[in-house]
Design a protein around this ligand. Structure first.
Ligand code: GTP
Ligand code: MG
Length: 504
């Protein structure tokens, strides 16, 4: 855990707002510099590329990584991934990961679920890592002269919710409390937050600190954040990110705090509840948020951000606005040249970011470009709001695992484009309930051609995409009985953007 020295002022902080300038310390900076140098040094032995995979919960991170690795290891169909298309990839295999303190991404378990049992992998609630070594032949005669190339691809899976904590570093406890109460009182959240707000109103922040009271407040606040997450409107997350995804911190005091009402800019007496909450809030920032950025985010070279845009559109305009807000905050974490020295360090390092709208296999290919246009508009607006500069950003509509096939069905005189797959047991559509075994054709509906309209009109009954969850596909076998790699939509484009240049 990083203990930051107590003197956070930087001499060259003139152009930085004072709160942001104090986010980091000499300690952080020196440590990142050292990490970077040692990273580069080990890179001399074997070039390595660290790819961050993030997105809000259920966005499709685990499925994406599993399919990416499976396709590379098994030589999947990746026509737009240049190195693979030209037969320059000799071998891709798993290797020991460089960080012993980070859990390994459980690739084999996820493949077994997807391929053997045809169920989606279990939700993963913390950070994990996997190293894939790609042996390739350089495309240039010059490169080939120096032997066969090897690239160690370190893939890091982490919850997007944790990125949303970055703004906390610039907020003191009183500001955090005030903003949390304001957001909680907005119409979309008022009913979900009522119990917590009542408890907060009934609490005297300057009364003597009481552990039970602190816990009750924390539990009510965390229950409200959880209710937002589980709500049909798919309201996206509010910080602190670890309240929903505690990782291994569950129950620790740095996690047992909540915003308080009635602070009114007054100084809290040392033994008061407000003082205790403030201490814990600061501990959360120091021991949880900062180390996460320093040890993980700051070391990434490339980043993919997965978004479930269709789910948000189906859930309505409030969910779309929330997704856009979350995306803005996520992208702001990778912005170069502004904010703290801490963010400058990693923003400078990450040179490519891909925003990918996932699960495109739920719609017919005629709508894939429309989904991509919608994701692009969401991203453009987020980039503008985040005042983004730095990395190159691209946008894609993709399905890491394609669970459906396409066809047409006759409806009266009309030919309708349909998708076919096996809906998960218990899913229903138009009153019909599926058994998890029967393949079914569904007319999913079209996305609007105009992305602005798609986002504005987000899903009244008529233009909602008909959405059922399908089981993962049954994999075809070769004549020799070998299973082929997982089918996908545009995974090859994602790979080309994220690593193509490093295999040139
Ligand atoms: N049809 C289809 N469904 C997908 C795809 N990717 C993800 N899903 C669905 O989305 C769910 C969530 O995917 P995960 O990969 O577990 O998402 P995650 O971001 O890792 O979620 P957490 O670990 O809970 O944060 C899966 O259980 C599938 O139902 C895809 O490419 N196609
Ligand atoms: Mg996961």
């Amino acid at each position: 855990m990083g203990k930051a020295p107590a003197a956070p002022v930087r001499p060259t902080s003139k152009r930085l707002p004072p709160t942001l300038a104090s986010l980091t310390t000499f300690g952080d900076e020196a440590r990142i510099a050292l990490d970077t140098i040692s990273g580069r040094a080990s890179g001399l032995v074997q070039p390595a590329l660290r790819l961050g995979v993030t997105g809000l919960s259920k966005a499709g991170k685990t499925v994406f990584i599993t399919s990416l690795v499976h396709n590379l290891v098994h030589g999947g169909r990746l026509p737009l991934f240049e190195a693979q298309k030209n037969g320059r990839i000799a071998r891709a295999s798993l290797a020991h990961q460089p960080d012993d303190a980070v859990p390994r991404f459980q690739y084999e378990d996820h493949v077994r679920a997807l391929v053997d049992s045809r169920v989606w992998p279990q939700s993963t609630r913390a950070i994990s890592e996997l190293r894939l070594v790609i042996e390739f032949e350089s495309a240039s005669a010059w490169g080939r002269m120096f032997s066969r190339g090897r690239l160690a691809l370190d893939i890091v899976d982490y919850p997007g919710e944790w990125l949303l904590d970055l703004p906390l570093l610039a907020r003191d406890y009183a500001t955090f409390s005030r903003e949390a109460l304001e957001l909680a009182a907005l119409p979309a959240r008022a009913d979900l937050s009522e119990r917590w707000r009542q408890l907060a109103e009934a609490t005297d922040p300057f009364a003597e600190a009481d552990e039970m009271r602190a816990r009750d407040l924390f539990e009510a606040f965390a229950a409200y954040l959880k209710a937002c997450k589980e709500d049909d409107r798919a309201l996206s997350t509010l910080p602190p990110g670890r309240f929903l995804m505690p990782g291994d911190l569950e129950g620790s005091p740095a996690l047992t705090f909540a915003p308080l009402s009635g602070l009114d800019g007054r100084r809290a007496p040392p033994n008061s509840l407000a003082a205790m909450m403030e201490r814990r809030y600061e501990a959360y920032k120091r021991h949880v948020v900062k180390p996460f950025f320093r040890e993980h985010v700051a070391r990434l070279d490339r980043q993919i951000v997965l978004v479930d845009a269709m789910q948000a559109m189906n859930a309505g305009p409030a969910a779309v606005a929330d997704l856009e807000r979350a995306l803005t905050e996520i992208l702001a974490c990778f912005r170069a040249g502004r904010g703290s020295v801490l963010t400058d360090w990693f923003a400078r390092r990450i040179d490519r970011i891909l925003v990918a709208a996932t699960k495109a296999d739920h719609i017919h290919h005629e709508s894939h470009d429309r989904l991509q246009a919608i994701a692009r508009r969401l991203t453009d607006r987020a980039l503008e709001r985040a005042n983004f500069s730095g990395a190159e950003v691209d946008v894609l509509a993709m399905a890491a695992v394609r669970a459906t096939r396409e066809g047409t069905a006759r409806h009266g005189k009309e030919e309708l484009p349909v998708i076919m797959g096996t809906p998960i047991k218990g899913e229903t559509i138009a009153g019909e309930r599926f058994d998890g075994k029967t393949e079914t054709a569904i007319f999913p509906g079209d996305l609007p051609a105009d992305p602005a309209e798609a986002l504005r009109a987000a899903a009244d009954e008529d233009n909602a995409i008909r959405f059922v969850r399908f089981r993962p596909p049954k994999l075809e076998k070769t004549a020799e009985g070998l299973t082929l790699s997982l089918p996908h939509i545009r995974l090859d484009r994602a790979l080309q953007f994220l690593l193509g240049d490093r295999l040139a």
